[in-house]
Design a protein around this ligand. Sequence first.
Ligand SMILES: Nc1ncnc2c1ncn2[C@@H]1O[C@H](COP(=O)(O)OP(=O)(O)OP(=O)(O)O)[C@@H](O)[C@H]1O
Ligand SMILES: [Mg+2]
Length: 306
Amino acid sequence: MSTPDHPELKPDAVEAPDSILPDAPPPSIDESVDLPEPEAHVSVGEKLLEMRNITLRFGGVTALDGVDFAINRGEILGLIGPNGAGKTTCFNVMTGVYQPTDGTVWFDGKKLGRRKKYQITRLGIARTFQNIRLFPEMSALENVMVGADARHKTSVPGAVFRLSPRHFREEREGRERAMELLRFVGIADLAHAAARNLPYGYQRRLEIARALATEPTLLCLDEPAAGFNPAEKAELMDLIRAIRDQGYTVLLIEHDMRLVMGVTDRIVVLEFGKKIAEGTPAEVRDNPAVIAAYLGVPEGEPTDVA
Ligand SMILES: Nc1ncnc2c1ncn2[C@@H]1O[C@H](COP(=O)(O)OP(=O)(O)OP(=O)(O)O)[C@@H](O)[C@H]1O
Ligand SMILES: [Mg+2]
């Protein structure tokens, strides 16, 4: 995927680091860190983002087919569904990677329209990626500072060439804010290590810190716990709750049903590009269409899902 808006800032996927730091302590979040209060026009509980009748076709493939749902300000909304259901495509539509073939996305009372990715970031939507994307040679701290730059208009080259006192002050403040974010997500111990050398769990959290650095109102997490063991997953869910408790709205894609049920306020279920269910975790868990979608059995057949 290209980033025509900021080609020079195209992050590379971090691939199998060859020198992971083996002695890193397990990440440990610091909930005493106060994040900036997210800004929005809509009030808590009102619709912050709305997908209205979204269809997206890629040639013959209908990735999204008339999808309708809303994310309310202040909630954690789970987006689930089998592989290929269209979950990541929803993120891509919300963040301006793709224009829908039909339908409209509303965010904080405005149509997203044909806004570009960086404009959507400034409106207040941030995301992480299913396959981690970091700037592998930059330190963890620098990766977060790039996130902050995406929100505030100062560019990285500008930071190098404009050597005014004001600029040094902004740079120092940006560094301090980035450090706070690393503390919040629990990875400040390795702030100065290159992203590529961070343990996998740190890299996942670093992506979250970088997304938070853009000061989003809505944070979209695409399988942030993929590849984690159960204990690591539980800790990540604590982090997601802590983010919500600071006033952020979270959209979470996660395959582990138990985790999704435990952390979300509501859940939307997609299958083959269509919404097949929406409701509280308990409602969704008991929905026969959801059970069938996950287990590949026709509705009504007996299953042993707990
Ligand atoms: N750029 C693209 N070009 C063509 N088809 C695409 C493109 N992006 C997504 N698709 C197709 O759209 C459908 C939905 O894909 P998507 O990645 O959104 O699924 P997903 O629910 O995120 O699945 P997973 O759980 O495997 O990540 C799939 O059939 C996929 O092959
Ligand atoms: Mg996906």
